[in-house]
Design a protein around this ligand. Structure first.
Ligand SMILES: [Zn+2]
Length: 206
């Protein structure tokens, strides 16, 4: 069973991530959702419709890994199943962050099937990457309001492509994750920087 100190610490980390991401324009208009694992069967996740730049402890709820709401009266985000899929699949996932940034939204519509990132030093911020001479594919899934169906598609893709660091949903945004909230935040910052590079490259070399 998790400790209250751990719950409070994870909530604080997610509140700070929300402020940072909002200031950078990555979670406009209550967009996005954030979560952290508390133990092998519990997580804390942002409640539906909360502004991510103005989160407080009331903006979160406790859930079981099977989708049980353990904070009575609080409604989980519509995209909770995408978080649960990652925690159930990978015991090493300790935090999941999802944003709707301009760059992720645009690139997910400009690329087909996957966004390929290669030749960038910043790729080394991703786990297991120790050189810029690498090809990182970020898959792009069609957007779907049927979230369990989308989660099943992500799960099937991960079975065939181990070592995934994040994925895009077309016209929607980015999901990334890590062992800790700090790790997931670093991956988010790396992806956002890489997406900006890609967009600028396409503009400049058009
Ligand atoms: Zn979303």
């Amino acid at each position: 069973m998790y400790r209250t100190e751990d719950l409070n610490a994870r909530v604080d980390e997610l509140i700070r991530a929300g402020r940072l991401f909002f200031e950078r324009g990555w979670v406009p208009a209550t967009a996005g959702n954030f979560s952290a694992r508390l133990d092998e069967s519990h997580l804390v996740i942002t409640a539906s419709g909360r502004h991510k730049g103005e989160l407080d402890a009331d903006g979160f709820l406790l859930m079981g890994l099977e989708g049980e709401v353990l904070s009575p009266g609080r409604k989980p985000s519509a995209e909770t199943a995408l978080h649960l899929q990652l925690y159930r699949r990978e015991p090493s996932v300790g935090a999941v962050l999802h944003t709707h940034s301009l760059t992720a939204t645009l690139l997910s519509r400009l690329s087909r099937g996957a966004l390929v990132l290669e030749g960038y030093e910043v790729l080394k911020a991703l786990p297991g990457v120790d050189t810029h001479e690498v090809r990182v594919e970020v898959p792009i899934f069609a957007n779907d309001q049927d979230i369990p169906r989308l989660a099943a598609r992500v799960d099937a893709h991960m079975s065939e492509h181990p070592g995934l660091h994040g994925y895009l949903i077309e016209g929607h945004g980015l999901y990334t994750w890590g062992r800790t909230v700090a790790d997931a935040r670093r991956h988010m910052e790396a992806f956002e920087f890489l997406f900006q590079c890609e967009l600028e490259m396409r503009r400049l070399t058009r």
